[in-house]
Write a protein of this length. Structure first.
Length: 377
């Protein structure tokens, strides 16, 4: 090897060594995130926890919320931070993260304000995450009678996680039963008022086969569907499988529990629209609780003052009958558990938002599962 090549190789090796050494030195002197309680996808209302490689937080005054911007989010997110330990920071958003949105989190110099961190820097690595993209969560299929003709007709509901525009969905929706395409007639896109429940896309299937047995169903939404009030547009086909039931039987396909306006709610989903009448003959609940019930397109909803911690037994009786004449073959029982009611604070009356010197000088609040409330006047 010539002396020139030997010198060049030596210089290159020295440069690589120096670069490696500087990189390691930088890493040793940088505050970086080494752990977190989330991956690529986060839920819209969850807290985010960041674990650091250095103790840059306080030793005292832990678990106290403050508005110091230790971490910057893009797009911006209002919220507060608290130190769970000197090396663990929790962020709680003041409002829900935007739907179907990509976020980046970057560390700020606010992490270096304490004397122990004066010789440190912050890592320039961004943390990328996103809220759930548009997806079809589930499908419901049932039989009813057409209002115009009285003939049996099948309906399909797609439960999706965000509101969408009906005009965009209609040309992009395709349904097949046993791999045979079916005609779809979109009738409704429902958007929940609370913004947290599922949106529903309902379509009729006028040429659905009336077989004696259930058939596999495939539902597809082509790409290019926009989530309302966001910049997100789906970039792939959304697909969900289900079942087209027979119209000769009534079956209970799902029993869901939840809360609505601070009351327990049970939704019973059936494969056929049910006959109107005395709905309380359709079910019983143990231990007994006072309830009301109303029919839906494919089943019924029960509302009552259910206890969060109790387990109930719901019995669906063989008195359940569909509009096509079929009835539930035998009683069905399901265990009901509601869990903890979601935390919430709201005014008891929509118009009672202000204190007035001419009034009673009080404001009614409905507070659910919030252990501590700070009031400022």
């Amino acid at each position: 090897m010539s002396p020139y090549r030997l010198i060049t190789a030596s210089l290159l090796l020295a440069a690589v060594f120096a670069l490696t050494y500087c990189t390691r030195l930088t890493n040793l002197n940088s505050v970086a995130v080494v752990g977190r309680n989330f991956g690529d996808e986060v839920q819209r209302t969850q807290n985010l926890t960041f674990s650091f490689n250095k103790n840059v937080g306080p030793d005292t005054h832990l678990d106290e919320w403050d508005s110091t911007q230790y971490i910057r989010f893009k797009p911006a997110v209002r919220g507060k931070f608290k130190w769970a330990s000197p090396s663990e920071l929790v962020f709680s958003p003041a409002v829900a993260f935007d739907p179907a949105t990509d976020y980046r989190a970057e560390l700020t110099d606010e992490l270096l304000k304490r004397p122990s961190a004066k010789d440190l820097g912050v890592s320039g690595d961004d943390i990328a995450f996103h809220t759930p993209y548009l997806q079809v969560v589930s499908t419901e299929t049932w039989w009813t009678r057409a209002k115009e003709t009285g003939k049996p007709i099948a309906k399909l509901r797609l439960n999706i996680n965000y509101p969408v525009d009906q005009a965009e969905v209609s040309p992009k929706l395709s349904v097949s039963a046993s791999d045979k395409p079916l005609t779809t007639q979109l009738t409704q896109v429902s958007t929940p008022a609370d913004g947290n429940s599922l949106s529903g896309i309902t379509t009729t299937l006028p040429d659905a086969p009336a077989d004696a047995n259930a058939q596999p169903l495939t539902v597809k939404l082509d790409k290019g569907i926009k989530v309302l009030n966001t910049a997100y547009v789906s970039n792939g086909v959304l697909e969900q499988t289900g079942s087209l039931p027979t119209q000769k039987q009534v079956e209970v396909v799902d029993v869901q529990t939840g809360f609505e306006q601070n009351r327990g709610l049970v939704r019973v989903v059936t494969t056929q629209e049910l006959q109107p009448g005395t709905i309380d003959r359709y079910y019983s609940i143990q231990p007994a609780v006072e309830t009301t019930a109303e029919l839906t397109e494919n089943g019924f909803i029960i509302r009552g003052n259910f206890n969060e911690t109790d387990t109930y037994v719901l019995t669906l009786t063989d008195q359940i009958r569909g509009v096509l004449g079929a009835k539930l073959a035998e009683p069905v029982t399901r265990d009901l558990f509601f869990g903890k009611m979601p935390a919430s604070i709201q005014f008891a009356h929509k118009k009672g938002l202000y204190l007035s010197s001419k009034g009673a000088r009080n404001v009614g609040l409905t507070i659910v599962n919030v252990p501590k409330v700070q009031v400022k006047i």
